[in-house]
Design a protein around this ligand. Structure first.
Ligand code: PLP
Length: 442
């Protein structure tokens, strides 16, 4: 084979050439079929050959490929914004369409800052986030994220942000503590950090309602986000929820925060919004934020060439219609509690190296440990996550294993985020493939 000129993610990994998609399956050049058990990284919620979405893209291309938002709006962008807002929580009222998750969180951070400046509080400059979180790879989003490994070599380029503990019951709840008490204790760290920094200097708190790649589908304890909301409100601090991975029906709710009974001031979505058919993300902002900017400078000082791209918006619109009109979110909720929860527990609940199984809807994490009793993670030098990814691919399964943190506080995990159209038989076969892959690695 001729040398490739692609700059790949991993310079020395040999990866197959994907040539086709068929329902929940990806097919490589040799005809091998892979069940897409993680949608790449929670992207492909409709599988790989949804005709409604591809038809919408083709029709939009025939009609209008591009019109810069400095000059025009477009029908698909307007319709998508209307549809999202019709279903969005709280008083989210405006939609800023971007090309992906990092752009959405980056825009959210800048909007939070501009909102406070325009309200006459320019001293509000601190963003508080959580350790073991991921908000994207651009410099602002990376600075907000708490994933030590991703930040390490870029640290000199990252502005100072402040990190509190994630709500990660498996690893951090005390034995004599109820889940609710643990949630309150963890949320109260936000109050302590605000007091330490000075309440008038904090602009926003950002968190994933269900932590995705960094922890492996970890929902917060009951009451945690309600307490977070109270603390933010008390101090005039904006709550930004990053649903780039866990949003758009993935947890069995169109917006993951619906399950926690809270509404943010700014909400970020991506991945499942385009479902892999087009690169698209969105930042949803509250009416109060929009009105402040509209009455003030009248101009959000941000923007990329491709914001509000008509073809991406047409794809996003078709995806959301498909989710809503085919009751796919309800299906995810129902099958999440049965096929996913029961199947995972049946296959992996007794495994000597499975420490925890957690998740919601079609968003599940399996935490792998060297010792179940002591919850000791594997030595990162063993590279368990990487070996598991390769073994699963050999078995015809795409899953998303992630290495643990080097501080030993959090072990390797596997993320499962299958398409919402997956059948019981397909999911059962995927669990079997993952079992065989685990047997080969551990
Ligand atoms: N936020 C979260 C929670 C994510 O999981 C990701 C990507 O994995 C991002 C932001 C960044 O999104 P993107 O890779 O589309 O830039």
């Amino acid at each position: 084979m001729a040398a490739s000129h692609i700059f790949p993610r991993h310079c020395h990994a040999q990866v197959p050439v994907a040539t086709a998609g068929d329902g929940c399956f990806l097919i490589d050049r040799n005809g091998k079929r892979y069940f897409d058990g993680s949608g790449g990284a929670a992207v492909s919620c409709l599988g790989h050959s949804n005709a409604r979405v591809t038809d919408a893209i083709k029709a939009q291309l025939d009609q209008l490929a591009f019109a810069h938002t400095g000059f025009f709006t477009s029908d698909p962008a307007e319709a998508l914004a209307d549809l999202l807002i019709a279903h969005a929580p709280g008083d989210l009222d405006r939609v800023y369409l971007v090309s992906g998750g990092s752009e959405a969180t980056e825009a959210a951070i800048k909007l939070a800052r501009q909102y406070h400046v325009e309200r006459g509080e320019p001293g509000r400059r601190h963003l508080i986030a959580r350790r073991q979180s991921y908000h994207g790879n651009t410099l602002g989003a990376l600075a907000a994220g708490g994933n030590a490994w991703r930040r390490e070599q870029f640290a000199p380029l990252l502005v100072d942000m402040h990190h509190i503990a994630p709500c990660y019951e498996y690893a951090e709840r005390a034995e004599d503590e109820t889940l609710e008490a643990y949630g309150q204790r963890t949320a109260n760290e936000l109050e302590e950090t605000i007091q330490r920094l000075g309440p008038d200097s904090v602009m926003a708190f950002i968190a994933e309602p269900v932590v995705g790649a960094t922890l492996g589908a970890v929902p917060a304890a009951p009451g945690y986000f309600k307490r977070i909301r109270e603390i933010c409100d008390r101090h005039g601090i904006l709550l930004i929820l990053d649903e780039v991975m866990c949003g758009m029906g993935r947890t069995g709710h169109l917006f993951a925060c619906d399950a926690d009974g809270v509404a943010p001031d700014i909400l970020c979505i991506a991945k499942g919004l385009g479902a892999g058919y087009q690169p698209i993300g969105a930042m949803l902002a509250s009416r109060a934020i929009y009105d402040t900017i509209a009455r003030g400078s009248g101009f959000f000082q941000h923007g990329h060439t491709y914001v509000g791209h008509p073809v991406a918006a047409a794809a996003g619109l078709a995806v959301v219609r498909e989710l809503l009109e085919n009751d796919l979110v309800d299906r995810v909720q129902r099958m999440g509690q049965t096929t996913m929860a029961e199947g995972l527990n049946r296959h992996f609940g007794q495994h000597a190296h499975v420490g925890d199984i957690r998740g919601r809807g079609f968003f599940w994490g399996i935490e792998l440990v060297a010792d179940r009793e002591t919850k000791t993670p594997f030595d990162p030098a063993l590279g368990v996550a990487g070996k598991l990814k390769r073994a699963a691919m050999d078995e015809g399964l795409i899953c998303y294993p992630m290495a643990g943190t080097r501080d030993g506080k959090h072990g390797d995990h596997v993320l499962l985020a299958p398409p919402f159209i997956a059948t019981e038989d397909e999911l059962e076969a995927a669990f079997g493939a993952l079992s065989r892959a685990l047997e080969r690695v551990l």
